[in-house]
Design a protein around this ligand. Structure first.
Ligand SMILES: *Cc1c(COP(=O)(O)O)cnc(C)c1O
Length: 434
C-alpha cells in the first residue's frame, strides 16, 4: 500500500517510510493512494482482534505486516466499552481507559510499538519531540517511557493545561523530559516545527514527531470505531453514528476512514468548542482558520485544524465534504451547563470535551432526530477535576492508572518560548546520526 502527499508534490512512499517521516517532504500530510475496501467483518472478541483485521490491508508491503498481531495485542490492552446513557437509548463510547485516561493512548501506544519494530540494528537513539496542549504529550510519554532506543522531549504551555494534566506530563522521568514553556501552545508547536526543519540539528540528532498528523496515530484510531460499529450493526441491524469532540480532526478523520473502508459507521458529527473554524465551514462559510481561543475543553483549542487538509483531499469539492459531515460549536457556558446536568440527565460525569458532544446529542434529540448515536468520551472527567467537581458538586476519583501517575513526583523544567532554547536542549544530548 502506497501513500501520497495531500500537496501531491512528493513521490508515493511506503507506509514504513511515511510512519518514520511523519510529514511529507513537501509539507503535506500523507494519505493512502487509495482506501482499501474492508469486506464485511464479523464481530471480533476484542478490540485488539478488530484492530489487527482492520489495519492489515493498510500494511501490505510493510515490514510490520507480520508483527501486526503482536503490535495490536501490545497497544490495545484496554477495551473501548460502549455504554448506555440513562434514559432514551443513547450511548457513550468510553475511550479513556488507557494509562493517561484519554483516547490518545491507543494510537500513541501503537505508534511507539511500530517505530520500535522499524528500528534497524545500529540506529542511534531517536528523540520524539512533541508539543502538547495537554493530552498528546502524556500519551506519547507513557507510550515511549523506558522504551529502548527512544527519548521523548515534551513542550507544553505553562499554566494552560489542567493541574492533573500537568502532573500527567511531568510524572515520567527516565527517558522523558518535560518542559513548561512560557507561552501558548502555538509557541510550543512553532518551536517543534523549527527543530524538525533544522537541517543542521537533524544531522546531529535523530528526531521524530508524534503529533496528530502522523499516519501512525491516524490509522490505529480506526480500530475503536470499527469494533463498536460492527458490534452495533450485528446486534441492531442499524449503523451507529458518532458525535466526536474535535480539535485537530485526528480522531474524526479515523472515523471517516473507517466509513470509507465500508465499515458500518453511520453519520459523523464534529463537536467543537468556541474555536468554531469547522462549524463555520460546514455551515457554508469559506474555510477561514482563526487564532486559537482558550476554552474549558483545552485539548480542542485549535483554530487551524491540521487534518482538514486530509478531509479536503478525500472529497471532490466543498459540497461533497459538507455532505459527509456536520459540525457544531459549543461555548464554555454551555459546556458548564451540560457537565452540571449530565449526572441527572444521562447518568454520567463527562469531561469538558465530552460535554461538547453530549450537548450536540441533546440538540439533535430536541430537534426530533431518531438515528442511533454514540457520544465519544475522549477523556476521563477526573483529569479535569478543577472544572468538573465544582459543577457536579462531588469528587470524581481518578481511575487507577491516573491515580498512580499522580502519586509520582512531577519534574518539569521551565523553558522560554524560543526555538533556540529547545535546540540547545536537544544538542546537549548530541548523539551523532550515522
Ligand atoms: C486531543 C483531544 C481531543 C481532540 O482530538 P483531535 O483528534 O485533535 O480532534 C478531544 N478531546 C480530548 C480529551 C483530547 O485529548
Amino acid at each position: 500500500m502506497n501513500f501520497i502527499s495531500t500537496r501531491s508534490g512528493a513521490p508515493a512512499t511506503s507506509l514504513d517510510d511515511a510512519l518514520v517521516a511523519g510529514l511529507a517532504p513537501d509539507g503535506g500530510l500523507y494519505v493512502p493512494a487509495s482506501i482499501p475496501p474492508m469486506p464485511a467483518l464479523a464481530p471480533q472478541p476484542s478490540l485488539a482482534a478488530t484492530a489487527q483485521r482492520v489495519l492489515m490491508p493498510w500494511f501490505g508491503g510493510s515490514r510490520l505486516r507480520h508483527h501486526l498481531g503482536a503490535l495490536c495485542a501490545d497497544a490495545y490492552t484496554f477495551e473501548a466499552p460502549l455504554r448506555p446513557l440513562s434514559g432514551d437509548g443513547d450511548h457513550v463510547l468510553e475511550l479513556f481507559h488507557g494509562p493517561t485516561a484519554a483516547f490518545k493512548d491507543y494510537a500513541a501506544r501503537f505508534l511507539a510499538g511500530a517505530l520500535s519494530a522499524l528500528r534497524q540494528d545500529g540506529d542511534t537513539d531517536t528523540e520524539i519531540v512533541v508539543a502538547t496542549s495537554g493530552d498528546t504529550g502524556a500519551a506519547v510519554a507513557g507510550a515511549f517511557h523506558r522504551r529502548p532506543g527512544f527519548g521523548v522531549t515534551i513542550l507544553y504551555p505553562e499554566g494552560r493545561v489542567s493541574p492533573r494534566q500537568a502532573h500527567g506530563l511531568e510524572c515520567w522521568g527516565d527517558n522523558v523530559r518535560t518542559f513548561r514553556v512560557a507561552g501558548h501552545f502555538d509557541d510550543c508547536q512553532r518551536m517543534i516545527k523549527a527543530a524538525l526543519g533544522d537541517h543542521d540539528l537533524r544531522e546531529r540528532r535523530r528526531l521524530a514527531s508524534a503529533n496528530s498528523i502522523s499516519l501512525g496515530r491516524l490509522l490505529p484510531q480506526m480500530a475503536y470505531y470499527a469494533h463498536t460499529a460492527i458490534a452495533f450493526h450485528a446486534e441492531h441491524g442499524r449503523t451507529l453514528g458518532f458525535i466526536i469532540p474535535t480539535g485537530n480532526l485526528g480522531n474524526a478523520c479515523a472515523a471517516v476512514l473507517a466509513r470509507r473502508m465500508g465499515l458500518p459507521v453511520g453519520d459523523i458529527v464534529l463537536a467543537c468548542n468556541a474555536n468554531d473554524t469547522l462549524p463555520r465551514y460546514f455551515d457554508g462559510a469559506d474555510y477561514a482558520p482563526q487564532t486559537t481561543r482558550a476554552t474549558l475543553a483545552n485539548a480542542m483549542d485549535v483554530g487551524t485544524p491540521s487534518n482538514f487538509e486530509r478531509l479536503r483531499h478525500w472529497h471532490a469539492d466543498d459540497t461533497a465534504l459538507r455532505a459527509a459531515l456536520t459540525a457544531v460549536a459549543v461555548d464554555d457556558a454551555t459546556i458548564r451547563d451540560t457537565v452540571r446536568a449530565a449526572p441527572g440527565r444521562h447518568g454520567i460525569v463527562p469531561c469538558p470535551h465530552t460535554a461538547t458532544a453530549l450537548h450536540a446529542l441533546e440538540t439533535l434529540r430536541a430537534s426530533g432526530d431518531t438515528r442511533p448515536w454514540a457520544v465519544v468520551a475522549t477523556a476521563h472527567p477526573a483529569k479535569f477535576d478543577t472544572v468538573v467537581e465544582p459543577l457536579v458538586g462531588y469528587p470524581v476519583p481518578p481511575p487507577p492508572a491516573l491515580a498512580e501517575c499522580l502519586k509520582r513526583p512531577a519534574r518539569g523544567t521551565p523553558m522560554s518560548a524560543d526555538a533556540d532554547a529547545l535546540r540547545d536542549v536537544l544538542l546537549a544530548q548530541e548523539e551523532p546520526v550515522d
